[in-house]
Design a protein around this ligand. Structure first.
Ligand SMILES: Cc1cc2nc3c(=O)[nH]c(=O)nc-3n(C[C@H](O)[C@H](O)[C@H](O)COP(=O)(O)OP(=O)(O)OC[C@H]3O[C@@H](n4cnc5c(N)ncnc54)[C@H](O)[C@@H]3O)c2cc1C
Length: 310
């Protein structure tokens, strides 16, 4: 079921009919089902939630949702939205940290345009002291994401980091390369169903690989962002750091908005740094479907919410 549900929900996320149906109900009211995982469709809604979370001691990274854009115009529009987000975050005093995807900036259309768009975001982001994390998409994009990252790193951009997926066979080498560069890594298990030549298939193996990356990054990485909701991996991370005298300011935990809120608060209360990934925007459907694919039990709560709203 582990990989199967991811594949099923990935396929469903391409369905225009389902997207129309979800769009009608998912965000309609403040209690609508998609709001469990997504702050809202507007930047104002995201800022509202960000303030509440910041008051609770959470660190944040904001994500303007969007991916797989097919035209230069759409990539330019997404870039403009990120530039607006930077202005709004500066004006609002919310933490200066954003996450983005290369397919949102046009990597499928033309790599040079994507690099230009990313640079247009990184320039004001650097001026204003932002950190910009590039999310990792499914495996056809791993190579290009690393290449674009290195291009910008060679151009002396230092306010950037990457997510890398423990499920992929290649990731340990990629993490070592990032460590060599001195770049910040966010290890994640991986949200996409990947084929056997590319990735391990059993959840236990994905988690074991994650633990190896966690130890490698704590020992030799630069301020790693341990991104998981798995309680045992989190307590192993705390134990490993304590054993090696690695301070709580040397790494952070990252979790997704709306997932394991109890664990998020407990870690903050215990003095750990916890950064929440706070997504917003109209293009929330594929992100939402990945959250269902990770935990099919979520479908039950969606159906109950839809029936309540009708
Ligand atoms: C900050 C952050 C950024 C990420 N960025 C990327 C990225 O760039 N690329 C990428 O491929 N993936 C990314 N992911 C997703 C990641 O790859 C996993 O798909 C996701 O975190 C679930 O795996 P897990 O390690 O949390 O553990 P799991 O073992 O899947 O979950 C542990 C526990 O967390 C809870 N949980 C997990 N998922 C859900 C859910 N959807 N709904 C409700 N409860 C849930 C359950 O209680 C579960 O028992 C990111 C995750 C985080 C936290």
């Amino acid at each position: 079921m582990y990989g199967g549900s991811k594949a099923l929900f990935f396929a469903l996320s391409r369905s225009a009919a389902l997207k129309r149906l979800a769009s009608r109900y998912g965000m309609a009211t403040p209690d609508s089902f998609a709001r469990r995982f997504i702050a809202g469709e507007t930047v104002e809604e995201a800022i509202h939630d960000a303030r509440v979370l910041q008051e609770r001691g959470m660190l944040l990274t904001l994500d303007y949702l969007g991916e797989s854009v097919g035209t230069t115009d759409d990539a330019t529009a997404a870039t403009r939205e990120y530039l607006r987000l930077i202005d709004v975050l500066v004006a609002s005093g919310i933490e200066r940290n954003i996450s983005l995807k290369l397919t949102q900036l046009g990597v499928d259309v033309d790599r040079a345009t994507c690099v230009d768009n990313l640079r247009r975001i990184l320039d004001p982001a650097s001026r204003h002291g932002f950190f910009v994390r590039i999310d990792m998409e499914n495996s056809p994009y791993t190579g290009v994401t690393l290449e674009v990252f290195e291009t910008l790193w060679q151009q002396e951009y230092r306010n950037i980091g990457l997510a890398l997926q423990s499920a992929l066979h290649r990731t340990e080498q990629d993490v070592k390369r990032m460590i060599e560069l001195g770049a910040r890594v966010r290890p994640v298990t991986g949200a996409y169903k990947e084929p056997p030549p590319v990735a391990v298939q059993q959840k236990a193996d994905v988690d074991a690989a994650f633990r190896r990356l966690m130890r490698l990054l704590l020992d030799t990485g630069v301020y790693p962002a341990i991104a998981t909701h798995d309680e045992t991996i989190i307590s192993d991370t705390c134990a490993y750091a304590a054993e090696r005298n690695i301070g709580r300011d040397q790494f952070e935990f990252q979790m997704l908005y709306g997932i394991r809120r109890d664990l998020q608060s407990a870690l903050v209360a215990d003095g750990h740094r916890v950064r929440l990934y706070l997504p917003f925007g109209k293009q929330w459907f594929p992100y939402f479907m990945r959250r269902l694919g990770e935990r099919p039990a979520n479908v039950g709560f969606v159906l109950r919410a839809v029936l309540r709203e009708r």
